[in-house]
Design a protein. Sequence first.
Length: 247
Amino acid sequence: MRTIAFYSLKGGVGKTAAAVNIAYLASQAGVSTLLWDLDPQGASSWYLAGTEDVSGHKLSALIKGKSPIAEFIHQSEYPNLEFIPSHTSFRNLDVRLEQSDSNNLIKEWLAPLSEDTSLVILDCPPSLSRLSEQVLKASDATFVPVIPTWLSLNSWNQLQAFATDKKLKPSRLHPFYSLADRRKSLHRELIDAREKHLPSGLRTIIPNASVVEKMGEKGAPVERLAPASIAADAYRRLWQEIRGIIG
Ligand SMILES: Nc1ncnc2c1ncn2[C@@H]1O[C@H](COP(=O)(O)OP(=O)(O)OP(=O)(O)O)[C@@H](O)[C@H]1O
Ligand SMILES: [Mg+2]
């Protein structure tokens, strides 16, 4: 079982959009995939729930060991794709992790799933916290969307410094440009100077595209909504790159 995360300390950069699209593409490639929505906003749960009325489990049941993680899992409407919906109590996850003796509860919770699940994808809330630390530790690779702006690049640099400081293997962090809009001169400038600003970044650039926003309205991944679109092609290339990295 491989675990990857979509993570950034900056909000609204395309973590959830990438997590859902990559989870779908992985499942379509025959990889049994589990998307865990760790964000109390519950966006990725909402994308995957379809018409099902899902309400996630309270965090306390997991923390106290009352319920095994398998009880938290829902089947999505797509084969090979399961998800753990968020719950508003996940807003306390950080405090609970602080209080725990274990320095990697996320990894411990996931361990029993390894027989049936090949890929776990963690969709994380934007923060730099105990949760981020554990997510970075539990993941074989962490993918970080970066909007081509100075502020977003600055967040990326902060994350690298945090990983180095906490001895979290910065080489497992993989940034990629997201929400890129070539009509904006700053975006063009930072994309063209990618080797300088994002030297360890992935090749794929996720464009700013209205079809990605439509995911919310239609409750489906881009590959289902508009497979011939530039955005769908970008997510397919992102999945190929991720696949190459996690092996
Ligand atoms: N490539 C894209 N093109 C256009 N809109 C996008 C794209 N990616 C994401 N969006 C839109 O931008 C908003 C934020 O995207 P998303 O929820 O994926 O970001 P996030 O990093 O997960 O945010 P948060 O930090 O709040 O969890 C959403 O409204 C989404 O529809
Ligand atoms: Mg999100």
